[in-house]
Design a protein around this ligand. Structure first.
Ligand SMILES: [Zn+2]
Ligand SMILES: [Zn+2]
Length: 108
């Protein structure tokens, strides 16, 4: 799994967002819309969830990752790849920065 170099946190894991959720993060806001975890966290705005039919990934998100030795792992990994590719203008952000935005939002 890749890492990003963050100016605040150094080498960090990253989350993937649609371009719209990415704009919210640029503005210092925790992204509204939906959050899916498929190997990595994906932040997808309401519009893109509808447009790209992301609801189909909700079951996998809720069930969580299978063990890599489990036969269902391949399908899970393929779903992740498809989801990542569906977000055409996707962006990558340091996970720790996004966690900070979430804490900030909760404390408001
Ligand atoms: Zn979007
Ligand atoms: Zn960071």
């Amino acid at each position: 799994m890749g890492r990003v170099r963050c100016s605040k946190h150094g080498s960090s894991p990253f989350d993937v967002t649609c371009s719209h959720a990415g704009e919210q993060i640029d503005n210092g806001e925790f992204p509204t819309g939906h959050q899916f975890t498929l190997i990595q966290r994906l932040f997808v705005c309401n519009e893109c969830v509808k447009l790209l039919d992301f609801e189909k990934y909700r079951r996998l998100h809720e069930e969580g990752a299978p063990d890599p030795s489990d036969p269902s792992w391949d399908a899970y990994f393929e779903a992740w790849t498809a989801a990542d590719e569906a977000l055409k203008d996707n962006r990558y952000f340091c996970s720790k920065c996004i966690d900070q935005l979430e804490r900030k939002r909760k404390s408001q």
